[in-house]
Design a protein around this ligand. Structure first.
Ligand SMILES: [Ca+2]
Ligand SMILES: [Ca+2]
Ligand SMILES: [Ca+2]
Ligand SMILES: [Ca+2]
Length: 462
C-alpha cells in the first residue's frame, strides 16, 4: 500500500509539475548557443556601454545598437567595424522605418518619447513625438521595446509614414500601435493597444521576410514569435544572454534559418545565435520559362517571396520545353485546367503545341523522337499524334462513319519527318503537318503505300 501510494505520488509529481504562468507553453531554444560578438569591440570603443536596444538595417548591412546611457553604435554582423555616437536621455530601443535612410528612431524611457536620429550627421534631427500617454508605466518600467511594421503587414489601415510603430511597455507588456507622422514632429495617433499578457517586455523586432513580430521578455528569459495582431505563434526559452534588452532577427530565407541578435545589458554583450528556424516557401525551377515549375529542382524563399527563374507551382511535366496549356496524357492530372483529365488536346481548345509547333515539320529526325506515335481512329476519323512530353493531339482528318466501308487505314511519317501520310481506303491520300494538323496536300488515286510515300516525298521535297 505504501509503495502504491509512493508510485501515485511520484507519477503525479512527474506529470503535473509546477510552473509559473505561461512558462509551460514555451519550447526549448531552437537555435545554436549564443556567441558574444559585441563585448570586446564595444568595451574598447564605448565606455560603460549599457546595451538596451538593437536593430538590423539590411540595406546598410549594419547592426545598430543603443545603450541606455545614450550610446549609439553601428557595427557589422560579426561585431567588427564599430562606429559610435552619443545622445542625451535614456534610449531603450531603436528601430528603422525606411532601411538605408540612415534615420533611426529611439524610444526614451524617461522622457516617454520617440526621437529621430540621423546616423549620417551623428545627431538628433530634432523631430520627436511624445507617446507616454499611450503606454502604461511605473518607476523605471516604461517604454522598453519598439519596432516598425510596414503597411501591408499589419491588420490596420495604412500608417502615414509607410507603416506603424509598435511600442511596448516593460510594465505590463502591452504594445501601443502608433501612427507616427515622421515628417511632422509631435504628430502621433494611437491606433490600437495589443495586450501580450506578460510583463517585462524588453525588445520588439518586426521582420517582413518572416512576417513575424519577435518579442523578448527579460524576466521570463523568453523569445515569443507573434503575428502582427499579437497572436502567439511560438515561444522559446532562452538559455544565454539572459539580461535581454533588445532583439533583431536577420533571416537567410534561402537557407531556411535566421541569425538572432540579442542585446544583453549584463556584460554588456551582443549575442548572436545562428540556425534559428524560420518559415519559408518552396519554389520550383522554371527552366523553359513556361510558368510551370520542375518539382525536382527547388529553392527556398521568404514567405510570400519569389526568386528569378523559379515559380511557385511544380506542374511542369517537361521543363526542357514550354508546354503550359497542354494536357499531358496518362498522368492523372488535369494539366490544362479544363476540368477533364488526360483528354486529347485539340487545336480549338488548346491551340497548337507551344513548343513542337514551332519546329520544322520537314526535319527527318522528328518521328520516333519528337513524335513518339501516330494513329488514326477509324470510327471518328481522328489522327492522334503523341509528342515526347506525353501530350496527345487529335486532328480531325476525315468525318466519321466509314465503318461500313472496306478500310486500309494508314498513318505514317513521311521519311521520318513530322509530316503524316494518311489514308482510309487506299484511294484518298492526304499529307498533314503532324505538329499543327494542317492539311498540306491531297491526292485521289489508288496507290499502294510505297507509291503514296514516293508521291509525298516528291510533294514535300524531302
Ligand atoms: Ca517550366
Ligand atoms: Ca515545360
Ligand atoms: Ca484537361
Ligand atoms: Ca493529364
Amino acid at each position: 500500500m505504501y509503495q502504491r501510494l509512493l508510485s501515485v505520488f511520484l507519477l503525479t509529481s512527474l506529470c503535473v509539475p509546477f510552473f509559473p504562468q505561461h512558462a509551460s507553453a514555451s519550447s526549448a531554444w531552437p537555435a545554436g548557443a549564443g556567441i558574444d560578438i559585441g563585448l570586446v569591440s564595444l568595451a574598447v570603443t564605448v565606455s560603460a556601454f549599457d546595451a538596451s536596444g538593437l536593430v538590423y538595417d539590411s540595406i546598410l548591412g549594419q547592426l545598430i545598437g543603443i545603450g541606455d546611457d545614450g550610446d549609439i553604435v553601428t557595427m557589422n554582423t560579426d561585431g567588427s567595424g564599430v562606429s559610435a555616437f552619443s545622445v542625451s536621455g535614456d534610449p531603450e530601443d531603436v528601430t528603422v522605418a525606411v532601411e538605408g535612410s540612415n534615420i533611426i528612431y529611439l524610444s526614451d524611457e524617461n522622457a516617454g518619447t520617440v526621437s529621430a536620429f540621423d546616423l549620417s550627421s551623428g545627431a538628433l534631427t530634432g523631430a520627436s513625438w511624445s507617446v507616454s500617454a499611450y503606454i502604461s508605466t511605473a518607476a523605471k518600467l516604461g517604454i522598453e521595446a519598439m519596432t516598425f511594421v510596414p503597411n501591408g503587414y499589419h491588420p490596420y489601415a495604412d500608417g502615414t509614414s509607410g507603416g506603424l510603430f509598435y511600442v511596448g511597455s516593460q510594465y505590463n507588456g502591452d504594445i501601443a500601435v502608433l501612427d507616427i507622422d515622421t515628417s511632422t514632429s509631435g504628430s502621433v495617433a494611437l491606433i490600437d493597444t495589443i495586450s501580450t499578457g506578460r510583463s517585462d517586455l524588453s525588445g520588439l523586432n518586426w521582420n517582413s521576410d518572416t512576417q513575424i513580430l519577435y518579442a523578448e521578455y527579460d524576466g521570463y528569459d523568453l523569445l515569443a514569435e507573434l503575428e502582427s495582431d499579437g497572436t502567439v505563434v511560438n515561444e522559446y526559452a532562452m538559455t544565454s544572454g539572459l539580461n535581454q534588452e533588445g532583439i533583431t532577427v536577420v533571416p537567410d530565407c534561402a537557407l531556411g534559418v535566421a541569425d538572432v541578435y540579442v542585446a544583453d545589458d549584463g556584460a554588456p554583450n551582443v549575442w548572436k545565435y545562428t540556425g534559428y528556424p524560420i518559415d519559408t516557401d518552396t519554389v520550383y525551377a522554371d527552366g523553359d520559362g513556361d510558368g510551370l515549375g520542375d518539382f525536382t529542382f527547388t529553392a527556398l524563399v521568404c514567405v510570400g517571396g519569389s526568386s528569378a527563374g523559379y515559380v511557385s507551382n511544380s506542374d511542369d511535366t517537361n521543363d526542357a520545353i514550354p508546354n503550359a496549356g497542354v494536357e499531358i496524357g496518362g498522368d492523372g492530372k488535369d494539366n490544362d485546367g479544363d476540368g477533364d483529365i488526360d483528354e486529347y488536346n485539340t487545336i480549338a481548345s488548346n491551340g497548337a503545341h507551344p513548343y513542337y509547333s514551332t519546329l520544322s515539320a520537314s526535319d527527318t529526325s522528328a518521328y520516333g523522337t519528337v513524335i513518339t506515335s501516330l494513329k488514326v481512329v477509324r470510327k471518328t476519323g481522328m489522327l492522334l499524334v503523341t509528342f515526347s512530353d506525353a501530350s496527345v493531339y487529335a486532328y480531325s482528318v476525315w468525318s466519321g462513319g466509314w465503318m461500313s466501308k472496306p478500310m486500309i487505314i494508314s498513318a505514317s511519317s513521311v521519311k521520318g519527318s513530322a509530316y503524316v501520310l494518311v489514308s482510309y481506303d487506299g484511294f484518298s491520300w492526304r499529307i498533314y503537318n503532324g505538329y499543327t494538323g494542317v492539311l498540306v496536300s491531297s491526292k485521289t488515286r489508288f496507290m499502294l503505300k510505297t507509291a503514296a510515300q514516293t508521291w509525298a516525298i516528291g510533294v514535300l521535297g524531302l
